[in-house]
Design a protein around this ligand. Structure first.
Ligand code: PHE
Ligand code: ZN
Length: 881
């Protein structure tokens, strides 16, 4: 028996070191004998050798107990192989050789949730795998890299009573009974795939099914699987899957390609979901939905994630990534496709607002601090640390710019060519740009710089109006600050979608370069500074820039409050209208501490008071308009951050708004928005609930007792989770007298619903300021709390450290110390989750000196601990630099 672990510290892996695999695999046959505590896997690999390289056979294998090994039917002597430091070296293999190994793994002892593991209690839980990025090497020996594409035949065997359901990726290819109460099932996947897309599931699961016929005539059975007690909550996801499939046929001409499509829900999952070929696995949070336990946001998230994983079947699976540096090739593109889909299914401007807010809250801080990395990183130590907002969300913004550049038809021509060229292969970002460009006879190489350069560009805009010449000159300049390892920055191609408004809020026709165009135009800024002269402009205009957020940059434009108010009132671009409000709110925020325009706060309040009375504005957009940028976004604009101060100031800003709107108007609106006894999920009903929540929050700032009484009643009478959680959240955050009772009730009501209970933890972790830590420490010792479940750990610790700046960043540093202790404990169980939560320390260098010092001390203490995982030490090391 041999067990081999990787050494803890490793040198980085570099993109520039990429080499084609010396050995690939044509076919994989896996026989898996499943048991909760020990599972045995026999694998037969037919090997292909790259004739241009003469390296001996080397396979990855992590924590495997090697039971038997043979080459071309001959058992190997100890001298013919070596298993050490997570690699297996074999002598004597040649092109066409067949390597057979048998290994043992321990699913019930696997707390990292990577490889084969147990979900749920050992008596009732089920077994499943997670292989992205490098989990397959925890199951068997393999060249575990995405550019090795093989055809898989998988035979599962297990005790029938304990594991009635046996699933693997691909098409079913027989099943039957065995002696002594065991049974088997075989799956064949006809499409070559990388090992990270392998999956199996085994246990007691229920299903709901639907027949589907693809546009090109294939009959497919769609099946959702979950544990019996939640199977009724899978219907919404099944509907969403069908919508996604139809949409991808229409929008991208992509059809599904197997006879079955299985989706399985688990409560124990490190990420959101996983696109394993033919057998998606979902964090239950993104699959289960019902009105009593899911909010409207969660319904939208389920729809989005179902679509995202389904879309991966083409962008990721049929065309996969050459290496993990190309991760955004599949993730950025798939996020973009999901965003388009969600925009089509729901409201496009609202989706854009939601996505840009997410980008600003998660990706901008990443790009501005020590964890900054390009969308295509140049090096990593632990690939799991690179499933980041930069790779996903900024990656999607880059695809959006390319799509915008090519136009709808051009982009479709480009993706058609991309799929044609690279189907069944592992591709690079260059391949993607080349396919898009070639299909349109355009050179898109300049955009490659966006993939290589980290940091958020600042786009400075200055407008000058010459009344005599009726000319408006717009000077646009860009600057990207240095980021770790990248002191020098190049100018990038920045598409700026723009329009001009006159003083009455009417759009002006644009005369640029002698041509008359429409009222909206895209100019590309690709130098450090450029001037654009617009002619025949009748009066001093107000520019609307970067419409629809046409590039992921920070726009710096010296608007006056009046100009922003004008855009907020008149801009036809829903996103920019909201954006004008956000910028005005930022000016108002600054004015509270005596900086900038003293009139800004009044201007913001007046403008929103007008919007509040404007029946033409959709309820959901109004709710978003009435919400100023979050504390993290405000912090991002400051060089010395005091989170307590930011919290207080943002509250004050909102209080002024509430005062301006008036308690009576808020109360009237709240009453008008009260909803019926059943949850409707149509857009208008969701919008009402969103606005109702916002109105109640504002009311609480001016008539606290009244608002709390209403919230308590809303909690009791709520038809669904959206209204119920909104009420609970308000009472808990305000530490209202009614909070204890609703918390106790919620806990009782949802005692058997872990996803709902997660929200119970999350809301309490978000109580602002001083009281947060005591709360969180107490909840940490609650019997329902466990570090072993990622959703639960994220609910409490993730929300505390990443979504509650004033609670976490205490001046006494106790928040940091408590959190670091938890991280160390978590790291021993699940390094991926520990590392992800640890990114909450990002940005500590910009804290005011007292907190900075406290954070620094804590981080150094954590870094100095023995036995940290590669995942956590990489994040802590990078954060500290
Ligand atoms: N590939 C998954 C997705 O984005 C995310 C994931 C990564 C899941 C790594 C598990 C492990 O759709
Ligand atoms: Zn994805």
């Amino acid at each position: 028996m041999t067990l081999a672990n990787a050494p803890a510290s490793v040198s980085p892996i570099r993109l520039s070191d990429y080499r084609r695999p010396a050995w690939t695999v044509d076919t994989v046959e896996l026989d898996v004998d499943l048991e909760i505590d020990t599972t045995e896997i026999t694998s037969r690999l037919s090997l292909r050798r790259d004739p241009a390289q003469s390296l001996p056979l080397r396979l990855d294998g992590e924590n495997l107990e090697l039971l038997a090994i043979s080459l071309d039917g001959r058992p190997l002597d100890a001298a013919d192989y070596r298993y050490e430091n997570s690699v297996l070296d074999v002598v004597g293999a040649h092109d066409g050789s067949m390597l057979e190994t048998r290994v043992r793994v321990r699913p019930s002892a696997n707390t990292a949730l990577e490889g084969l593991y147990l979900s749920g209690p050992r008596e009732t839980g089920f077994l499943l795998t997670q292989c992205e990025a490098e989990g397959f090497r925890h199951i068997t020996f393999f060249p575990d890299r995405p550019d090795v594409l093989a055809r898989y035949t998988v035979t599962l065997r297990a005790e029938q009573a304990r594991f009635p359901v046996l699933l693997a990726g691909g098409n079913p290819d027989g099943a039957g009974e065995l002696a002594d109460g065991r049974h088997w099932a075989r799956f064949v996947d006809p499409y070559p795939k990388p090992s990270y897309l392998f999956a199996l599931v085994a246990g007691r699961l229920e299903s709901i099914r639907r027949d589907y016929v693809t546009a090109d005539g294939r009959k497919v059975e769609l099946v959702m699987w979950s544990e019996a007690n939640v199977i009724d909550r899978c219907h919404y996801a099944l509907d969403a899957l069908e919508r996604s499939m139809r949409w991808d046929e229409r929008a991208y001409g992509r059809n599904y390609d197997l006879d079955v499509f299985h989706v399985v829900a688990t409560h124990d999952f490190n990420m959101g979901a996983m696109e394993n070929k033919g057998l998606n696995v979902f964090n239950a949070k993104y699959l289960l939905a019902d009105p009593d336990s899911s909010t409207d946001e969660e319904y939208r998230a389920v729809e989005a994630v179902v679509a995202h994983e389904y879309f991966h079947n083409w962008t990721g699976n049929r065309v996969t990534c050459r290496d993990w540096f190309q991760l955004s090739l599949k993730e950025g593109l798939t996020v973009f496709r999901e965003q388009q889909f969600s925009a089509d299914m729901n409201s496009a401007p609202l989706k854009r607002i939601e996505d840009v807010s997410l980008l600003r809250r998660t990706q901008f801080p990443e790009d501005a601090g020590p964890l900054a990395h390009p969308v295509r990183p140049a090096e990593y130590r632990e690939i799991n640390n690179f499933y980041t907002a930069t790779v996903y969300e900024k990656g999607s913004e880059l695809v959006r710019m390319l799509a915008g550049h090519l136009g709808q038809d051009g982009f479709r021509r480009g993706t058609d060519l991309y799929f044609d060229r690279h189907d069944g292969h592992a591709a690079t970002i260059e391949d993607f740009l080349a396919a898009l460009g070639d299909a349109n006879h355009i050179d898109l190489k300049p955009y490659l710089a966006w993939y290589a350069q980290s940091g958020t560009p600042r786009l400075h805009a200055r407008g000058e109006y010459d009344a005599a010449r009726r000319e408006y000159t717009l000077t646009l300049s860009q600057l990207t600050r240095a980021t770790p390892g990248q002191p020098e920055k190049l100018p990038l191609p920045i598409p700026v979608k723009l329009a001009l408004f006159d003083q009455h809020g009417r759009m002006l026709p644009l005369h640029l370069d002698g041509q008359t165009v429409e009222t909206e135009k895209v100019v590309v800024v690709d130098k450090a500074s450029q001037r654009f002269v617009l002619r025949d402009v009748p009066s001093h205009p107000v520019p609307s820039l970067l419409r629809g957020f046409s590039a992921p940059v920070v726009l710096e434009c010296d608007y006056t409050p009046t100009e922003l108010a004008l855009l907020l009132a008149h801009d036809a671009d829903g996103f920019n209208r909201w954006e004008a409000g956000q910028q005005l709110a930022a000016l108002a925020f600054d004015s509270l501490h005596g900086a900038g325009h003293s009139a800004a706060c009044k201007a913001w309040c007046d403008a929103l008071a007008a919007s509040f009375e404007n029946p033409a504005i959709d309820d959901a957009l109004l709710a978003d308009l009435l919400t100023p940028p979050g504390e993290i976004e405000f912090a991002d604009r400051q060089s010395e951050v005091d989170p307590a101060k930011i919290h207080a100031q943002r509250q004050e800003l909102q209080r002024r708004l509430a005062q301006r709107l008036g308690a009576n108007a808020l109360l009237d609106r709240y009453n008008m928005l009260s909803s019926g006894s059943e949850v409707q999920l149509d857009a208008a009903s969701q919008a009402k609930r969103r606005l109702k929540r916002r109105v109640l929050e504002l009311l609480a700032l001016v008539d606290t007792d009244q608002a709390h009484a209403l919230a308590a009643r809303q909690y009791e009478t709520a038809a669904g989770m959206t209204d119920r959680l909104a009420a609970l959240g308000l009472l808990v955050r305000d530490r209202a007298p009614q909070a204890a009772a609703v918390l106790a009730d919620f806990r009782r009501r949802y005692a058997d619903n872990p996803l709902a209970l997660d929200k119970w933890f999350a809301e309490q972790a978000k109580v602002p300021g001083e009281p947060a830590l005591a709360n969180v420490m107490q909840l940490e010792s609650d019997p329902a709390f466990t570090l072993k479940n990622p959703n639960r750990a994220r609910s409490l610790l993730g929300n505390f450290a990443s979504a509650n700046p004033s609670g976490f960043h205490r001046a006494d540093g106790l928040g940091y110390r408590f959190f670091a202790e938890q991280l160390a404990e978590l790291d021993a169980l699940n390094p991926q989750i520990a590392a992800r939560l640890a990114t909450a320390f990002n940005g500590w260098q910009r804290l005011e000196p007292v907190r900075r010092e406290a954070a620094h001390t804590t981080l150094q203490g954590l870094a100095g601990r023995e036995g940290l995982s590669r995942n956590l030490s990489e994040i802590i090391g990078n954060v500290l630099q």
